[in-house]
Design a protein around this ligand. Structure first.
Ligand code: AMP
Length: 140
């Protein structure tokens, strides 16, 4: 299926939608998930258009997964988390909702379940959480 230039993440990349930005470089962008299933739940996306893993270039995958590792480590530090869950869905049948390639990173703690999907995060809390991850990133 074709890439839709008006998907939500394309709008965020164009600055047409707000986000809690964590990181940006030439090829990659990272921001908080607006419905966080764990504190520090962050999305990492390539800037170039692809629906998901299946149509992304190998180059985009390589650069994006390196950023997944860097931001993942920073999020673990920021939330003192011993574990990190990385999730990535391909097409609706596999649970994909937004059709611009993205990797979820979720810091995990023993005995703390993921929150149910679809619950909006508190904006003031998201502001604080984004700052915590950016600060950990700056120290790394
Ligand atoms: P999926 O395509 O299944 O990986 O899910 C898309 C993810 O994007 C969900 O976790 C949503 O909470 C998240 N999401 C949807 N809209 C926004 C937005 N405007 N800003 C940040 N995250 C979003």
């Amino acid at each position: 299926m074709a890439y839709d230039q008006d998907n939500i993440f394309a709008k965020i990349l164009r600055g047409e939608m707000p986000c809690h930005k964590i990181y940006e470089d030439t090829n990659t962008f990272a921001f908080l998930d607006i419905m966080p299933r764990a504190d520090g739940h962050t999305l990492i996306i390539p800037k170039s258009p692809s629906r998901n893993l299946l149509d992304a270039s190998d180059g985009d995958l390589a650069t994006t997964i390196a950023v997944v590792k860097t931001i993942g480590r920073a999020a673990m530090t920021a939330f003192d988390a011993p574990g990190l869950l990385v999730q990535q869905f391909n097409e609706a049948e596999a649970g994909q909702i937004v059709f611009h390639l993205h990797f979820h990173i979720l810091p995990r703690h023993d005995g703390v379940p993921l929150r149910p999907p679809g619950q909006m995060g508190d904006n003031d809390v998201l502001v604080i959480h984004a700052e915590k991850i950016r600060a950990a990133l700056a120290m790394s």
